[in-house]
Ligand binder design. Structure first.
Ligand code: AMP
Length: 489
């Protein structure tokens, strides 16, 4: 199947956001705390960052392209973001589609008052909703799918803002963890399946929300609980917390790729240490796919915990045969293939003294396009490795994610293009194996994948998408007349 990406806008922008979000209400210097929290979530998005604050009268905002430490480098910036409530967002890079207009939190002055929204996830019917809204006269300022929610809130006929918000979200499909601010306070909510994470913490009298627990740790907040799938938590300026389940109770389908790669290993997701899960994936991998080798070597940093697990289970010594420079960003986020290739080399270097003459098991978390694995295997051979056996701590990534993890179109996914032997030949490894889907489920603490009702969203591996993909279906239905390009934002 030739998948065209459903979230591509008329100008080639992608309506997708992969992000980290943070919010705090009830503390002085809320904006500075938000910057600190976003800094701990920097791995979730490195393209741009924004913070919005509220001081009881006005909303203030500062947004910029770059890392948190670059955009919020000067203390005086926080003087321009006063108030006891603030929220922020780090945004992932997409190919094209950058620019300040897409940097969140997005803000609008609605008839019901100011409304700010920070979103992690991806709305799988955003283009369809947007087309209808544009037809009815909405004028979009950004190419972000998140803006659709603002327009739906604005055009809802319910009297109160919270009712309008619920009304809007009823129309939205896909994955969303949201932190919103109004003059009344903060609202945090997760989509009915809880695909993207969101947790709540406390520091003194203040309430904190964040994509991952690591952000709570870093600002000194205590973890309280995760926001439940489909739950909407409101906190007012007096600190009163109320919880609603406007979408009913569904079987949760949190993203399993958060455990594989996306989250920081020092976070706790769904009650499980991400580090421990990754180590356990390595244990499962060693049981399922042993290798005759002298050393277990991780592809740093993403392969390290699984490699520790693989080494412990197999009894093969663990060594750092690849050293990573910490002064380059993640390889994946570079827009062009040329930039990506150069980056792999700048980022990883062989530790020749360790690998020369050795049969090695290389462990990485995933193969997406195959760019990293190809380079790393070659690098190991150039450094004198006698044999290179690649072991991957996730099942083959055969399907695109439409819920907010940046994966390329399906025809660029190596595992969608070839079988495992073909992939081994492509990356020039002596052998290649992936952990099984049941092995992955065992690592997250389940007995096996419940095929009738999977406990996680694992669509990138299984192709079973837990929500409708309306935009995709529309794109693929040849009989559907598409909106003339010049009518899309
Ligand atoms: P590739 O070189 O395209 O095969 O990408 C694989 C590498 O990218 C792996 O080593 C992962 O650590 C990393 N990776 C996998 N998925 C993602 C993602 N969604 N965003 C950023 N990096 C990723």
């Amino acid at each position: 199947m030739n998948l065209t990406h459903p979230f591509r806008d008329a100008d080639g922008d992608k309506l997708r956001e992969e992000c980290g979000i943070f919010g705090v209400i009830g503390t002085r210097e809320a904006a500075a705390m938000t910057a600190l929290g976003l800094h701990a979530l920097q791995h979730r998005g490195q393209e741009a960052v924004g913070i919005t604050s509220y001081d009881g009268a006005e909303f203030y905002s500062h947004r910029g392209v770059g890392h948190v430490a670059q955009v919020f480098s000067a203390n005086h910036l926080f003087e321009n973001l006063p108030g006891a409530m603030a929220s922020g967002h780090v945004r992932y890079s997409t190919t094209g589609g950058s620019g300040l207009r897409n940097v969140q939190p997005l803000f609008a002055d609605l008839a019901s008052g100011g409304f700010s929204i920070a979103h992690n996830g991806n709305i799988s019917n955003a283009m369809t909703l947007k087309r209808d809204l544009v037809r009815k006269g909405s004028i979009f300022q950004s190419t972000s799918d998140t803006e659709v929610i603002i327009h739906l809130v604005a055009t809802s006929r319910y009297p109160t803002l919270i009712d309008r918000f619920v009304d809007a979200l009823r129309l939205v499909e896909g994955a969303y963890s949201l932190i919103c601010m109004t003059a009344e306070g903060m609202i945090a909510c997760r989509d009915p399946l809880g695909i993207r994470p969101l947790v709540m913490g406390r520091i003194g009298d203040a309430v904190v929300f964040a994509s991952e627990t690591v952000a709570l740790d870093v600002v000194g907040a205590d973890f309280v609980r995760q926001i439940e799938p489909g739950e909407m938590v409101q906190v007012d300026h007096k600190g009163t917390i109320s919880s609603h389940r406007p979408f009913g109770v569904h079987e949760a389908r949190p993203c399993i790729f958060e455990h594989v790669y996306f989250s920081r290993p020092d976070s706790v997701m769904e009650g499980r240490s991400v580090y421990e899960v990754r180590k356990q994936i390595g244990v499962e991998l060693a049981k399922e796919s042993p290798a005759n080798a002298d050393l277990v070597i991780p592809v740093p940093d993403s392969g390290v915990p699984a490699a520790i697990g693989y080494a412990q289970q197999s009894g093969i010594p663990f060594e750092l045969g690849i050293i990573r420079s910490h002064y380059v960003g993640r390889t994946f986020i570079q827009p062009s293939d040329g930039a990506r290739n150069a980056d792999v080399k700048r980022k990883h270097n062989a530790n020749r003294a360790i690998v020369e003459g050795k049969r090695i098991v290389l462990i990485d978390d995933s193969i997406v396009r195959g760019t990293t694995s190809l380079k790393i295997v070659e690098m190991m051979r150039d450094a004198g490795a006698a044999e290179v056996h690649m072991r991957i701590a996730s099942p083959p990534t055969e399907h695109s994610c439409f819920y907010g993890v940046d994966t390329p179109e399906r025809d660029k996914l190596l595992a969608a293009r070839m079988n495992i032997q073909g992939m081994a030949d492509f990356i020039k490894a002596d052998s290649l194996a992936f952990v099984s889907i049941d092995g992955l489920y065992r690592a997250v603490g389940e007995a096996a994948r419940n095929n009738a009702c999977p406990q996680y969203c694992d669509a990138c591996f299984s192709g079973e998408y837990p929500t409708r993909l309306t935009d995709l279906a529309e794109r693929e239905a040849p009989e559907q007349p598409s909106l003339p390009v010049d009518k899309v934002a």
